[in-house]
Design a protein around this ligand. Structure first.
Ligand SMILES: [Zn+2]
Ligand SMILES: [Zn+2]
Length: 414
């Protein structure tokens, strides 16, 4: 810990306090039935089992104690502050989904993440996700960064999941609470009364459906008969519909290269398929079959259908989403690892327009001098780009940039 850390923590806490004095946090359903957890500088959860009678009490607490992180349970309890857990008397839970930018395997991670050698006599660092220091082969620590590309990916997946839940489960979307995590991604909390009392195993079943686990493509209407694939009707629902839509997209937009690369077929065969797009689509729409006037057509189509399933399935951690005791960040509270608001987002349209590097910024813009203790990639806050910065570089930046870098652990007040 740097020398000025006590000053720094209090300074930042005061900034958070000022925010909570001006802003009332209200996006919590059934406050008095929830368990709350809080965290402090550098620690997301330092204590749990807190309870608030109502929103007023909760907001007073934020102003007086001002924790760096605030979470509340997905579960509903008769006695939220009792412990151990069984004494709380659980009687239901929301379902939550988290999409973090680092869950996706994207090339941008190698550009903006930073490895730091943990060998005290080396301490070199660089960009990328190297597990071992290239200079001394010692273990490294990774500092994760985000960018528009990976946060947009998390956003797209959140939107896809919302559509999944609305269309396939008939859930009431007005009970969906969408929020920015305050750092790496998005959260979705379903509070629809019909799911609250589901057991853990029913929740896992629901997850398996979304993940497309154990899908039986025959049951979905893709039936192989005499080497011809029959397809479900074009106005089908659920997974059948999703696979059909993806099939149409692939047939319509893939070129010879994409066909041969993705489905391991010769250029000659890919060319035949490409040239017969119109025929394929016509047969699919009118005869509900996959055109098979080429060798091993059934093998090709089976690959395509499996590929469609792979594209459609959502990357969600099934264990985390079926955990009925977990706690999740309270929307519209501050994330103490970035200084950003974990903004409540009203609708899917607002989510589409949400700018994660601008909209959640709540701190001031007076200038502060800080010293970097790690390298940083180039990054954007509001409409300005910063960096890349060198280790030990001293910079003067707006307060929200300074506090963002300090909370991220890569800078200190100078
Ligand atoms: Zn090293
Ligand atoms: Zn990225």
């Amino acid at each position: 810990m740097p020398k000025n850390s006590f000053f720094t923590i209090n300074y930042i806490r005061q900034k958070f306090k000022d925010f909570y004095m001006q802003n009332y946090v209200s996006k919590i359903i059934d406050v008095s039935k929830r368990e709350f957890g809080i965290g402090d500088f550098g620690k997301k959860i330092s204590s749990r089992h807190l309870f608030f009678k109502n929103l007023d009490d909760f907001n007073k607490y934020l102003v007086i104690k001002t924790p760096f992180f605030v979470s509340y349970s997905v579960g509903y309890y008769k006695f939220p502050d009792r412990r151990p857990m069984e004494n709380k008397q659980w009687y239901g839970a929301d379902i939550v989904y988290e999409f973090d930018s680092d869950d996706f395997d994207l090339p941008c991670h190698d550009k903006h993440n930073v490895w730091v050698c943990q060998n005290p006599s080396c301490q070199k660092e660089g960009f990328g996700n190297l597990e071992r220091c290239p200079y001394c082969n010692f273990q490294t620590k990774i500092i994760q960064w985000t960018c528009d590309v990976c946060l947009n990916k998390a956003k797209e997946e959140t939107i896809r999941l919302i559509e999944f839940l609305e269309n396939d489960f008939n859930l009431d979307s007005s009970t969906f609470i969408i929020s920015f995590s305050g750092s790496k991604g998005y959260h979705l909390r379903i509070t629809d009364k019909s799911i609250i009392s589901l057991s853990k195993s029913s929740r896992l079943e629901l997850m398996n459906y979304i993940l497309g686990n154990d899908l039986n493509i025959e049951k979905l209407g893709f039936v192989l008969e005499n080497k011809t694939f029959k397809t479900p009707k074009i106005d089908s629902n659920g997974w059948s519909k999703k696979i059909l839509e993806k099939l149409v997209e692939i047939i319509s937009f893939y070129d010879v290269d994409l066909f041969s690369k993705n489905f391991n077929i010769s250029k000659r065969k890919a060319n035949i398929i490409f040239k017969n797009k119109e025929v394929i689509l016509k047969k699919l729409y009118h005869n509900n079959i996959l055109w098979n006037d080429f060798t091993d057509a059934n093998i090709f189509w089976k690959d395509v259908i499996n590929f469609c399933v792979m594209c459609i399935r959502l990357k969600i951690d099934p264990q985390s989403s079926s955990d009925i005791y977990k706690i999740m960040r309270v929307p519209d509270t501050i994330h103490g690892g970035s200084g950003f608001l974990s903004s409540y987002i009203k609708s899917v349209d607002d989510l589409k327009n949400f700018d994660a590097f601008s909209d959640p910024i709540i701190l001031g813009d007076s200038f502060k001098k800080i010293k970097l203790n790690h390298i940083t990639p180039k990054f954007r806050l509001k409409d300005q780009f910063y960096g890349p910065f060198e280790k030990n570089q001293i910079i003067e930046v707006k307060e929200y940039v300074a506090i963002f870098l300090i909370l991220k652990g890569v800078a200190n007040f100078e």
